[in-house]
Design a protein around this ligand. Structure first.
Ligand SMILES: [Fe+2]
Length: 226
C-alpha cells in the first residue's frame, strides 16, 4: 500500500494547498501515481501557534473540508513539527503524533547543528513513547558535517526521504547509503501545490527499488496504536 508520509495537502492551513480544489487535484494526482494511503503533515511551529489545541482545531476543519471528496480513503492526520528549543516541554505536543500511530514527523531547523537538536528529539520520544520520523534528512547534508549527521542518524528514529532526493546525484547517493546500511526509511512527496512542488511519486517508483518502498509502506503498521 503505497504510503505518503509527508505532504502539505490540507487546504489553507500552511504554505501548502491554498484551496479545496488544489487539495483534491493533489490527491487525484497522488492516486494516479499509485498512492493508496496518505498522512497529512501541515507545518507546526510552536512559536507561531497559540497552542497545540488551537492547531488541532484548525487542522480538523481543513480535513473536514476535503474528507468526503478525497479519492484516497485511508487518511491520517499528523504534522511536520519544527524542532525548537524546549519543544519537548510544550503542553500537548504528543497530540501531534500521526493519528492512530505513535509516529511523529519532526523537522530539524535549516541551520548549523547544535547539540540541543538531538536532545529535544530524544526527550520528546522518551517522555511520550513516540517514534521520531526525521523529515527529509538528506536536506541537512548542506548544514552538517559527517560527525553531526552521524549524531542524527544515531537517534533511534525513522528517517523520511523526499522523493525528490532521487533526482539529485549527491542526495541519491546519501539515500542509497542509508538503504545499504538498513536504516528504517519512509518516503514522502512533501508536495505543497500543483506547480513546482507537486506530488512526484512517479520519480520514486522509477528510481527506487520496489522492495525498499514496500518496507517503507509497511512501517506505519508497526507503530499503529489502533
Ligand atoms: Fe514539509
Amino acid at each position: 500500500m503505497l504510503t505518503e508520509y509527508h505532504c502539505h495537502v490540507l487546504p489553507g492551513i500552511d504554505d501548502g494547498s491554498d484551496s479545496v480544489e488544489t487539495s483534491l487535484a493533489m490527491l487525484s494526482l497522488m492516486q494516479a501515481q499509485g498512492v493508496e494511503r496518505v498522512v497529512f503533515t501541515p507545518h507546526f511551529y510552536a512559536h507561531r501557534e497559540a497552542s497545540v489545541e488551537a492547531f488541532l482545531e484548525k487542522r480538523q476543519a481543513a480535513f473536514e473540508a476535503i474528507r468526503e471528496r478525497s479519492p484516497i480513503r485511508e487518511m491520517h492526520l499528523g504534522a511536520e513539527v519544527a524542532i525548537e528549543h524546549g519543544l519537548s516541554e510544550l503542553p500537548g505536543i504528543e497530540k501531534l503524533a500521526v493519528s492512530g500511530t505513535r509516529m511523529i514527523l519532526l523537522e530539524l531547523p535549516y541551520r548549523e547543528f547544535r547539540p540541543w537538536m538531538p536532545e529535544e528529539v530524544y526527550n520528546l520520544t522518551a517522555e511520550f513513547g513516540l517514534k521520531a520520523v526525521m523529515a527529509h534528512i538528506h536536506r541537512y547534508l548542506a548544514y552538517y558535517n559527517k560527525e553531526e549527521m552521524e549524531r542524527i542518524l544515531d537517534l533511534n528514529a525513522v528517517f523520511q526521504i523526499n522523493n525528490e532526493a532521487f533526482g539529485s546525484l549527491s542526495q541519491r547517493s546519501f539515500v542509497k547509503k542509508l538503504i545499504r546500511q538498513e536504516y528504517p526509511l519512509v518516503f514522502g512527496s512533501d508536495a505543497h501545490d500543483m506547480k513546482e512542488r507537486r506530488p512526484n511519486w512517479d520519480l520514486l517508483l522509477r528510481k527506487c527499488d520496489s522492495a525498499v518502498i514496500e518496507q517503507a509502506n509497511r512501517r506505519l503498521e508497526r507503530y499503529r496504536t489502533e
